[in-house]
Design a protein around this ligand. Structure first.
Ligand code: TQI
Ligand code: CA
Ligand code: ZN
Ligand code: ZN
Length: 309
């Protein structure tokens, strides 16, 4: 019995020793970076197919930047696809690198640093504190601002020379919508490189706002009270429609939808943002009657990323 206890004890010691050695070898690679595959991928960008990109995908997936579930793209090939580019941009944003979407030299060297094995992103939100500089237990410090904005397919956006956009209200707009819509544009302007101005000249307006009901001729009929409240098109279309049959309010009011909050969300679409998985973001796809919401750091980072601004 005693010998059994002793042999079990010594077996445990050996197992522990082996485990700790393999953990050390894994994280420090005996002085060699385990991310050697990265070196010959330097300079890779969307549209390329280079052996080893699979490994890059695995790396970004391991740390929570990439999730190929429910997509038609393939995790197990060497294609530098759209999803990989967007994951790389989030990684670059997180480590305060230039958001190029290209596996440039600085990104390669950041990725090659030994790091802890916990994912940066878990379930679409970050375990890092947004916007705070932190030093991890390996002594490396970085800004952690993982964001979960998304863009429309193909990343449509306004041309870089077109940062001033004019908006007009079409006939039938409720007069009480003018102020909340203006305030929503002002909030986006205060946080992005865009400026906006109201014009009465509908034909010259970049953006048009109108109240529509039921089938209004654009192929996306509204549905009476509830369900769809409003919609807006990706750049550079400029159309923003409110469902005229909703119970609208200026500010929070029980059972009514705040015109300004809806405008903040739809302007996000007009500028090129799709939905975000960050709950506090204006682009998060849930909004309730009787509430108001404002812009979130994630929304602003989304625009900055899309426009490289
Ligand atoms: N209108 C949808 C929306 O704006 C319409 C829509 C669905 C859409 N998918 C889209 C528009 C993709 C552009 C691009 O998202 S909605 C919300 C939210 C709506 C929904 O009336 O359902 C908000 C309007 F996000 F809460 F679901 C505003 Cl904030
Ligand atoms: Ca509706
Ligand atoms: Zn419409
Ligand atoms: Zn939306």
């Amino acid at each position: 019995m005693a010998s059994k206890v002793i042999s079990f004890f010594s077996f445990s010691l050996i197992a522990l020793y082996l485990l700790s050695q393999s953990a050390l070898a894994d994280s420090h690679g005996n002085g060699q970076s385990p991310f050697g595959f990265l070196n010959h991928l330097q300079g890779c960008h969307k549209g390329e197919k280079v052996k080893g990109i699979q490994e890059l995908k695995k790396y970004l997936e391991k740390f929570g930047y990439l999730n190929y579930n429910n997509t038609s793209a393939n995790q197990d090939d060497d294609d530098f696809d759209e999803l990989l580019e967007s994951a790389l941009k989030t990684y670059q944003l997180n480590y305060n690198l230039n958001i190029t979407g290209v596996l440039d030299a600085k990104t390669v060297s950041q990725m090659s640093l030994s790091r802890c094995a916990l994912a940066d992103i878990v379930n679409g939100s970050t375990r890092m504190q947004s916007g705070k500089k932190r030093v991890d237990h390996h002594g490396s410090s970085h800004f952690h601002t993982v964001s979960h904005f998304t863009f429309f397919g193909g990343n449509p956006k306004w041309p870089s020379t077109k940062y001033h956009l004019s908006y007009a209200f079409l006939a039938g707009t409720r007069v009480d919508a003018v102020t909340p819509v203006g305030r929503a544009f002002a909030a986006w302007a205060a946080n992005t490189h865009f400026t906006f101005s109201w014009t009465r000249n509908i034909s010259e307006a970049d953006i048009t706002i109108s109240f529509e009901s039921g089938d209004h001729g654009d192929g996306y009929p509204f549905d009476g009270p509830g369900a769809t409240l409003a919609h807006a098109y990706a750049p550079t279309d400029g159309r923003f429609h409110y469902d005229a049959e909703e119970n609208w309010s200026v500010g929070a009011s029980p059972g009514a939808f705040d015109l300004e909050t809806l405008a903040l969300h739809e302007i996000g679409h007009l500028l090129g943002l799709h939905h975000s998985s960050v709950e506090g973001a204006i682009m998060f796809p849930t909004f309730s009657a009787g509430e108001t919401k404002g812009l979130h750091e994630d929304d602003i980072q989304g625009i900055r990323t899309l426009y490289n601004a």
